[in-house]
Design a protein around this ligand. Structure first.
Ligand code: AMP
Length: 221
């Protein structure tokens, strides 16, 4: 199954993508994670991406598309994948169509997780992430059992630099300006399913799984 998750930053795409990835045994591809990995390892890509990410802006399309194109060539993507945080612009979506079409495939289902802006700001400012495995936590909604330590891998849990309030506001503006038009783009293709991002992760997961199963049946996947 080739699934795409859409939604504002902090809507819960990463968390849901990890759950779907385990359930369907398909890789979770997060461009944000790829950029953070490169920033941590101080690669050329990381240096370029950092300039934009710090400001709450998008990394240029050309750079981002190249990374995804390479990642999708890997063997583990043959039976499907979950895209989280890509595409984020119309040109990226068009490039993705081109890449998949070359292989005679396309996206099967787009799940848009909707959360109001006010709630996004609250969620992101309380979000924490494991430095080692990338698992997300929230100081209020989803705290780690042992403070500052990941329950999955024992890694250190920190606040992402771009989750600081002023950057969050920029990221939201960027989302509305550049990413939200994708909702229309996929709606027109008949691939879009919107679920409401709930306060409790398991409630959102229930909705997401139900939607994916229904869509898969409808499209005969
Ligand atoms: P995320 O973890 O998905 O919120 O991504 C963190 C940051 O990485 C974003 O705020 C962007 O600056 C950058 N980024 C991630 N995915 C993309 C993308 N598809 N296009 C451009 N920039 C991206």
């Amino acid at each position: 199954m080739r699934i795409m998750l859409l939604g504002a930053p902090g809507a819960g795409k990463g968390t849901q993508a990890k759950i779907l990835s385990e359930k369907y045994n398909i890789p979770h591809i997060s461009t944000g994670d790829i950029f953070r990995y490169n920033i941590k390892n101080e690669t050329e890509l990381g240096k370029k991406a950092k300039e934009y990410i710090e400001k709450g802006l998008l990394v240029p399309d050309e750079l981002t598309v190249k990374i995804v194109e390479e990642r999708l060539k890997e063997d583990d993507c043959r039976s499907g994948f979950i895209l989280d945080g890509f595409p984020r612009t119309i040109p990226q979506a068009e490039e993705l169509d081109r890449i998949l079409l070359q292989r005679g495939t396309g996206i099967d289902i787009v799940v848009n997780i909707f959360v109001k802006d006010e709630e996004i700001v609250q969620r992101l400012s309380g979000r924490r992430v494991c430095l080692k495995c990338g698992r997300n936590y929230h100081v209020k909604y989803n705290p780690a059992a042992s403070e500052g330590k990941c329950g999955e891998c024992g890694g250190r849990i920190v606040q992402r630099d771009d989750d600081k309030e002023e950057t969050v506001i920029e990221r939201l503006k960027t989302y509305h300006r550049q990413t939200e038009p994708l909702i229309d783009y996929y709606e027109k293709k008949g691939l879009l399913y919107t679920v409401e991002g709930k306060e409790k992760i398991e409630d959102t997961t229930g909705e997401v799984l139900r939607t994916v199963e229904e869509a898969a049946q409808k499209h005969g996947i």
